[in-house]
Ligand binder design. Structure first.
Ligand code: FAD
Length: 235
């Protein structure tokens, strides 16, 4: 069920067994996993179904550490979150990503690669990926010959692309919006809209740009995709 917080009285209480804050890839996937399990799930989203510059201002901030895109332009504030401008590249993290490294402040995860391994195939399903594996087994699945130097200091890295257009946008999440046990209260906005300006903007934006976003968002997508951090881009 989709509701708007602005339609609630101030101080109104929403009862739920599980509250998920943020309808990005993470929140939506979690809500889907909880759907139909007899729990009342509330998925709270700050934005609406589409880009809104005023809401996006809430993402203004500073990034620390390695240079990265402007925060306001790289964390999108509407249903579906940042996947509206992501490159769709899906790969497993390297084992070292999980480990504490003395030279990386606050590094080290409370979960290991082995903890997550059983869930990788399911994550791939959620992204509509064709192959179950993200490592050398994927090479075998697509009958890729082994490279002569594989395993001798060089490894082949595999990734797959999610080619769906705006997979986590509200139009593609009707299952959640219509589920009786999931309540989605986006905070503000005017509901789904797709102005001519927005259509023109998203046509001019690079691959993956969210349909229905206005020019500012499309320009942000262009900026974030066009610089040296384009590692996420499809080749
Ligand atoms: C240009 C670009 C390209 C990228 N390409 C790739 C790629 O190819 N492969 C890859 O794996 N990753 C890529 N990424 C990163 C990837 O998009 C993000 O890591 C991913 O989308 C994060 O998902 P999330 O659900 O954690 O957060 P988000 O997608 O940021 O979603 C968070 C949601 O929470 C909402 N929210 C935030 N605060 C609140 C609040 N207080 N109350 C209620 N709601 C709130 C937001 O509105 C938003 O909808 C890319 C990122 C960028 C910027």
């Amino acid at each position: 069920m989709l509701t708007r917080l602005r339609d609630y009285e101030p101080g109104a209480r929403i009862e739920a067994d599980v509250a998920i804050v943020g309808a990005g890839a993470a929140g939506i996937t979690l809500a889907r996993a909880l759907m139909g399990r007899g729990l009342a799930v509330c998925l709270v989203e700050s934005g609406d179904a589409d880009y809104d510059a005023q809401v996006q201002d809430l993402a203004t901030g500073e990034t620390a550490g390695q240079p990265y895109y402007e925060l306001r332009e790289s964390r999108l504030r509407f249903f579906g979150g940042t996947t509206a401008i992501w490159g769709g590249r899906c790969l497993a993290m390297d084992p070292i990503d999980y480990r504490a490294r003395p030279w990386v402040p606050r590094s080290g995860w409370p979960v290991s690669e082995a903890d997550l391994a059983p869930w990788m195939a399911r994550a791939g399903q959620g992204l509509g990926l064709r192959f179950r594996h993200f490592d050398a087994r994927l090479g075998a699945e697509v009958a890729l010959p082994r490279f002569p130097l594989d395993g001798q200091g060089l490894d082949t890295v595999f990734w797959q692309f999610d080619h769906a257009f705006w997979r986590f946008g509200l139009p593609n999440c009707r299952d959640l919006a219509e589920a009786a046990d999931v309540r989605i209260p986006p905070c503000r906005g005017t509901g789904p809209r797709r102005s001519r300006r927005a259509q023109a903007a998203s046509r001019g934006a690079p691959h993956g740009a969210g349909r229905g976003r206005d020019r500012e968002c499309a320009a942000a997508a262009r900026r974030t995709r066009g610089d040296a951090h384009g590692a996420w881009q499809r080749a």
